[in-house]
Structures are given as C-alpha cells and as structure tokens.
Design a protein around this ligand. Structure first.
Ligand code: HEC
Ligand code: HEC
Length: 380
C-alpha cells in the first residue's frame, strides 16, 4: 500500500468518524428534547417503528426483484446455449452419412464429466485396464476400444457407435437373448479385448454408456444412419486367399503392425504401440473381427491408417485377401463355442465354426466364396 492510499483510507475513516459524531449529536439533542415531553416520545417511537417496517418491506422487495431477475438471466443464457447447440448439432438425414457431434458440445451436457471419462476409456483403454492400468490392471489384451472403433467410435464406417442408442436393447441371435448396451459392451471386453467384463454398475460402465448416449443424440429411435458400423465389401467369386493376402500384408501393413503381426512402438517416444493383429495379445476367435466380412469391411474403409471410406487404398480383392491372411494366423481360442448361436440356422454366412443347417464346409464359411451360402438361405 503506498502513502497516497494510506492517506485516503485515513481521510475516509476520519469522515466516517465525523459523520458518526454528527448523527450521535443530533440523536442526543433529540433525546434531550424528547425527555421533556412524554407525548412527543410516543410519537417519536411510533415514527421509528413505521420506519423499521418500511425498511423491512424495502429489503423484501429488493431480494424478490433480484431473485426473479437472476432466474430470468439464467434461463435466457440456457436458452441461448441450447440454441447454439441446436444450430451446430448434426441434423439426421437418412440419405447422407451421419457425422458425429463435435466433442466440445459435450461440455455443456449435464453428464459432461461422465461423457468425457467414457470417451477416454474408449480411446485409451490400455491406461485403465492394460498391464499397468489405473482401474483394473492386466485384465485385457493389448488393444484399446479405439483400435477397432476409430476416433472413439465416431468415424463414419470406422466401426462407430452411431446406432447404439437407437437400436438397443435388441434381440441378438449370437446369444439368443435380449441384449442391453452394457451386455453388448461386455461382449467386446470378453472377445475383442479377450478380457474380463466390467461390473455393469461401475462408474466405468456408466461412463461408456453415457458417452454412447451422447454420441447417438439426434438419431431417431430404431434408425441406423448411413455410415453406421462397417461397410459391406462386395463378395469375390473365389475363396479369399491367405497367400495373396500375405503380399498385401508385407507391402501395406507390416510397416506399422510389424512383420510378425505383433505391432510396433509408435515414434517418437514409443510409449504407445501400433496394435497387434494376431497372437496372444490380439482379439480371440469369438470376436466380431474374426468374421471375414467384418475384418474385410474394417480394412477396406480404414487401413492402411489414413484410408477412409471415401478414399480407400485397397481393392476389394486386396481387402478380402489380407483379411484371410490375418485371420489364418494363430490367436486365442473361441471362449464361447458351446453357447453361441443357440439357433444354428441363424449363424451368419461367415461364421467359421459348425455345425450348420447347410452342407457347406467350415473352410467355405471361413474364406468363401460366400455367394452360394447366402443364396442357399435366401431360397429357404
Ligand atoms: C478387435 C476389435 C474390437 C475392439 C478392440 C472392440 N470392439 Fe467393439 N466391436 C467390434 C466389432 C467387429 C463389432 C461388430 C461390428 C458389426 O457387427 O458390424 C463391435 C461392436 C461393438 C458394439 C455394438 C455396436 C452396434 O452398433 O451394434 C459396441 C457397443 C462395442 N463394440 C463396444 C466396444 C467397447 C466399449 C470396446 C472396448 C471396451 C470395444 N467395443 C472394443 C470390434 C472391436
Ligand atoms: C501407418 C500405420 C498403419 C498401417 C500402414 C496400417 N495400420 Fe492398421 N492400424 C493402425 C493404427 C494406428 C491402428 C489403431 C487405430 C487407433 O488406435 O486409432 C490400426 C488398427 C488396425 C486394426 C484393428 C485393431 C487390431 O489390432 O486388430 C486392424 C485389423 C488393422 N489395423 C489392419 C491393418 C491392415 C490389414 C493394414 C494393411 C492393409 C494396416 N492395418 C495398415 C496403423 C496402421
């Protein structure tokens, strides 16, 4: 505090003391006068009482007015941010590819914290459940959810979650039961991550569901927007070939996923890895990607990394063949062979484990050609 400030404080205090003195003086004068007559004392008291009432009334009025004004200001602000959100939120159109809302829009959601946590769990699953994970270490393989659900499940044809909110709970033939979102999420924990399921009441599960709920906002009930999940790659008329796929793999995939398919450290600091494509640290044989049509669709629209559905870098043949090569390699066994597909006539054409309702061999269900199998079930 410099001297100028000290002086002004002193002067202010002095002024206050003087004002106090004046008030006291006049009061004292008043009381002295009042003491002389009882009548005027009564009048004085009743005047003071009225003054007190009007002061109380004034306070009440001011408080009410400011509460109402604050409420109005708040709801105006809410309406304004709602309008901003609505103006930039994607509009559902069945003809065009759905684009996810920008993630910054989640910050004004009532569940903002939960949504952010859910997204992080999807993008960096290793940090929570990997070998030195923060929540439950060593309970999954070497993948993140995002390894397969690109951009945290928000990329068109990148195995996104656009239709999760709109189409679950749903009857699923694989389990032969009605599946909720948490059950479906745990399916990927047990198969794609070859790990342990989450407690469905845990904060982690609630966060992942909150994120998917937010991501699906604006998609009408039962709708599957264009660009949901994975694309279908047109069938080949021959079996997909692991031998031809090996060529593709060596030329277009090994630089990131390693010649041995076990992934590679990502430069510059190498703390993260390109994910493995087969072996003990990869998805098991009960996972969606073990079906050729899912893997070919994923690869065609998204690999080599940087490819998109609009700008694919592989031909259909290359996509099928490299998928055949990857799924011909060893990986953890199917954990649920005995219970999956209780109604065998519902098995998809590319489910590579018998028994079947048809007489096509397992090898054809694995590598194709698939057209005759699909035609067989269409005729029925
Ligand atoms: C190895 C790849 C892989 C990993 C890792 C993976 N998933 Fe999946 N996931 C898939 C495939 C493939 C599908 C099925 C796509 C299809 O049938 O078209 C799928 C489907 C889903 C679905 C259903 C989508 C729908 O629209 O029906 C949900 C939900 C899901 N995964 C959540 C997760 C979560 C959460 C994680 C991480 C804990 C995860 N997945 C990890 C490959 C993976
Ligand atoms: C430039 C590096 C790069 C190249 C080249 C590349 N990938 Fe990938 N791949 C990635 C990354 C990174 C991911 C995980 C995406 C993420 O985490 O966001 C991935 C994920 C995958 C996955 C799903 C996760 C898993 O491990 O099962 C498959 C399958 C895959 N790639 C197949 C291929 C195939 C097939 C090719 C060759 C046609 C290929 N990739 C070429 C970088 C690459």
């Amino acid at each position: 505090m410099d001297s100028l400030q000290v002086y002004s404080v002193v002067w202010l205090a002095l002024a206050a003391v003087v004002a106090g003195l004046i008030v006291m003086n006049s009061n004292l004068d008043g009381f002295t006068a009042v003491l002389r007559s009882n009548e005027s004392l009564k009048r004085q008291i009743s005047q003071l009482n009225r003054l007190r009432e009007s002061l109380w009334f004034g306070i009440l009025l001011l408080v009410t007015v400011s509460v109402v004004a604050a409420g109005q200001l708040l709801s105006e602000r809410n309406r304004a941010s709602e309008a901003i959100r609505a103006s930039v939120w994607p509009v559902y159109n069945p003809e065009t590819v759905w684009k996810a809302p920008h993630i910054s829009l989640a910050e004004t959601d009532d569940d903002a914290d939960l949504i952010a946590y859910g997204r992080d769990l999807i993008a960096r699953t290793q940090d929570y459940f990997g070998s030195s994970g923060l929540v439950r270490p060593g309970t999954i393989n070497d993948l993140n959810c995002q390894s397969c659900h690109l951009d945290a499940g928000s990329r068109p044809f990148g195995n996104n979650y656009f239709a999760v909110m709109s189409t679950y709970p749903q009857q699923r033939a694989r389990s032969g039961s009605l599946e909720t979102i948490p059950k479906r999420i745990n399916d990927c924990f047990k198969r794609s991550l070859n790990g342990q399921p989450l407690d469905t009441t845990s904060r982690e599960m609630r966060a992942i569901v909150a994120y998917m709920r937010w991501l699906g906002t604006g998609v009408p009930k039962d709708a599957k927007p264009r660009g949901t999940g994975l694309p279908e790659v047109p069938f080949l008329e021959r079996p997909a070939s692991p031998e031809l796929g090996r060529e593709v793999y060596v030329n277009k995939c090994a630089s990131c996923h390693g010649a041995d398919g076990q992934g590679l450290p990502i430069p510059p600091d190498g703390t993260r890895h390109y994910p493995p494509l087969w072996g003990e640290k990869s998805y098991n044989q009960g996972a969606g990607l073990f079906r050729m049509s899912r893997l070919a669709g994923y690869v065609k629209a998204n690999m080599p990394f940087g490819a998109t559905y609009e700008n694919p870098q592989l031909t259909d043949e290359e996509a099928w063949d490299v998928a055949a090569y990857i799924n011909a390699q060893p990986r953890p066994e199917h954990p649920f062979l005995a219970t999956d597909w209780p109604d065998i006539s519902k098995k998809p054409y590319d489910h590579p484990f018998g028994p079947y309702r048809d007489s096509f061999p397992e090898a054809q269900h694995k590598y194709g050609p698939f057209r005759p199998i699909v035609a067989f079930y269409k005729k029925k």
